[in-house]
Design a protein around this ligand. Structure first.
Ligand code: SF4
Length: 84
């Protein structure tokens, strides 16, 4: 059996959007449409754990958000692990 190169899941990111801040300007939707989507005129939906391949687009979307509602965190191997 030859080894297959799967998608590396070690380096993922977490996206959090402060929906109380979001005003639906949709800059993020234009810049990363596979991660952010506007449902109707005001309800933003998003993938909280997009593939790391989307990182550049997500970071651009976060930078472009006029109200800085998008927080992007990089997750390591122990995502969601205990903190002390
Ligand atoms: S760019 Fe910011 S304000 Fe606009 S839809 Fe995205 S999160 Fe909301």
């Amino acid at each position: 059996m030859s080894p297959v190169c799967p998608v590396i899941k070690g380096a993922r990111m977490r996206v959090v959007v402060d929906l109380n801040r979001c005003l639906g300007y949709a800059q993020c939707v234009f810049l990363a449409p596979s991660v952010f989507r506007l449902n109707g005129e005001e309800a933003l939906q998003y993938d909280p754990n997009p593939d790391d391949a989307m990182r550049q687009k997500v970071l651009r979307a976060a930078s472009a958000c006029p109200v800085q509602a998008i927080l992007v965190e990089r997750l390591g191997d122990n995502e969601g692990g205990a903190t002390s």
